[in-house]
Design a binder for this molecule. Structure first.
Ligand code: SF4
Ligand code: SF4
Length: 120
């Protein structure tokens, strides 16, 4: 039996400079409803929505994930989502839900936001 190959550490997710004031709300994607269509991506003024590759085949079952370190809560991504799978949550509620990872699709739970930024 071949020895298990250790997974290389994920690259660090982009961090925003310290905020003067936390946003009142954050956008959350219900990943179970996300189709990875990327319609939301172009509307984000701070480029904090990125496509995650599929876990079995990188080109299949892709989803988008929002980096809450960068999100400014502007809501611009909500309406463009054709599947109504982005919603806004008050700051504290969003952080709590983010911590619980309950919004994450089961087969994408192992992926961090950093997986959306592959090192070339
Ligand atoms: S709320 Fe604004 S900043 Fe946050 S993900 Fe949506 S478009 Fe981007
Ligand atoms: S627009 Fe909606 S369905 Fe499409 S990638 Fe964004 S969150 Fe997912």
């Amino acid at each position: 039996m071949s020895p298990e190959v250790a997974k290389p550490p994920a690259p660090a997710a982009p961090k925003a400079p310290p905020r003067r004031k936390p946003p009142k709300q954050f956008a959350m994607i219900d990943e179970n409803g996300c189709t990875g269509c990327e319609a939301c991506v172009q509307f984000c003024p701070v480029d904090c929505i990125r496509l995650l590759p599929g876990t079995k085949d990188p080109n299949v079952n892709k989803i988008c994930r929002i980096n809450l370190d960068l999100c400014i809560g502007c809501e611009l991504c909500v309406k463009p989502c054709p599947w109504e799978t982005i919603y806004m949550l008050p700051f504290a509620e969003a952080l709590e839900l983010n911590e619980s990872q309950a919004w994450q699709a089961e087969d994408h739970k192992e992926q961090t936001f950093a997986d959306a930024f592959p090192v070339s």
